[in-house]
Write a protein of this length. Structure first.
Length: 160
């Protein structure tokens, strides 16, 4: 016997986060781990520039550390862009699934519902009302994980 999902109007918003997006969410988490590690590198390079290159007055070290700093900032920005692209993909896929589920739910409603409801209300529910929940699903994993991991990475860096 196949397990049926509850109707869209009774489903939790969190039930949309992983189904259909699990691979993208895992990829997003892996990218976030690398991105957070790449965000710590510029901090270390700043410390090395001041404590070694400037203190020892070595231009070769200054150029090397500045190059590593710029590469880390560029790499971190590239990963942030990739994170935004994947979050948008998750958002769009989830919003489309929500709209399809709501459309199928609307088709099962009795005719009396359509006699008492203005057509604009139904169309509005399909087009604009699901945008905000779709955006939440796209950011539900990435935003908190990024913030917590950044906090932990900086705390570890500062304690060393």
């Amino acid at each position: 016997m196949e397990k049926t999902e509850p109707p869209i109007v009774k489903r939790s918003l969190f039930s949309w986060i992983f189904p259909g997006n699990l691979k993208f969410q895992i990829l997003l988490l892996l990218i976030i781990i690398v991105m957070v590690a790449a965000r710590v590198i510029p901090l270390e390079m700043q410390r090395l520039v001041i404590n070694e290159a400037i203190k020892l007055q070595r231009i070769d070290l200054l150029l090397r550390y500045c190059g590593i700093y710029l590469a880390a900032v560029f790499f971190s920005s590239l990963l942030k862009y990739l994170t935004n692209v994947i979050q948008t993909l998750i958002t769009q896929r989830t919003t489309a699934r929500m709209r399809k589920a709501l459309y199928h739910h609307i088709l099962t409603l009795p005719l009396n519902f359509f006699r008492n409801t203005q057509p604009g209300t139904v169309v509005n529910a399909l087009t604009t009302e699901l945008t905000v929940p779709g955006n939440f699903v796209g950011m539900a994993v990435a935003s908190p994980v990024t913030n917590i991991m950044t906090l932990l990475a900086f705390a570890v860096y500062l304690s060393c």
